[in-house]
Design a protein around this ligand. Sequence first.
Ligand code: B1M
Length: 229
Amino acid sequence: MSEELDLTELSLEELYEQMGDDLYDGYKDEVVEGVEEALGRGKTPYEVLTQGLVAGMEIVGVDFRDGILFVPEVLTAANAMKAGMAILRPLLAETGAPSTGKLVIGTVKGDIHDIGKNLVAMMMEGAGFEVINIGINQDADSFMEAINEHKPDFVGMSALLTTTMPYMKVIIDRLKEEGIRKEIIVLVGGAPLNEAFAESIEADAYCRDAAVAVETAKKLLAIRRGEAV
Ligand code: B1M
């Protein structure tokens, strides 16, 4: 019979490691307990986020990219992450944690597929980005409204249908018309897309999957901010 783990007996390093393991396994309640234990020890919400949750989620991202984990496992891990984030988000807002970057993401007009888009949103959030997920079937007006309101570093667009992917260009053209194209990094993704399509519509990058989206966003933001990559 397995004995229940007493989090209070773990060193801080062991506690963060345990949180990473629980996240990987998608144990929502245990992740919440870990977050509460670390906060109870006086750790800042930012430290708990980066060292407990984001570090764990990075391993999930890498294993997903490498084909060790699959969509259902990643969604379960992302849900556990969400439960931990629900505790940390209001505290982070109070304490003003440094922002990794802000993303407005949505599925384009005519398209209601959202599993992949939500996975990207959760993984980006897991990597410390602030994410505004505007949902499915979003036209250029809705994207512009969210962009004007939130002033993101990135706009992410998802399309799963060959008939809806051209609409991404409509949104990019709109960014140009409004004179803000150069201020925003445009990331696109979805099963029917590829690099060549992204290039043809003048997006900044095509992201094959959620892990690539996180890596690409970090890289492009670092370049934009003039940091070494
Ligand atoms: Co739809 N559907 N579907 N469907 N569906 C596909 C896409 C299809 C390929 C199935 C097929 O025929 N083999 C086909 C498209 C064919 C084509 O256009 N060439 C298709 C069709 C035809 C349709 C309908 C038209 C069917 C009908 O009604 N006749 C209809 C369209 C409705 C509409 O959108 N207007 C429809 C409806 C549906 C459901 C509602 C039943 C359901 C969606 C449920 C939901 O999303 N809530 C559904 C599903 C589930 C699928 C399949 C089976 C799976 C899609 C999925 O969730 N994949 C799909 C077949 C397939 O892809 N194998 C299919 C898992 C997900 C994790 O992967 O979405 O690729 P994906 O996301 C990845 C990457 O692409 C990338 O990262 C994600 C995570 O790694 N990524 C991004 C995605 N978005 C990104 C955004 C980024 C970055 C990366 O921004 C930064």
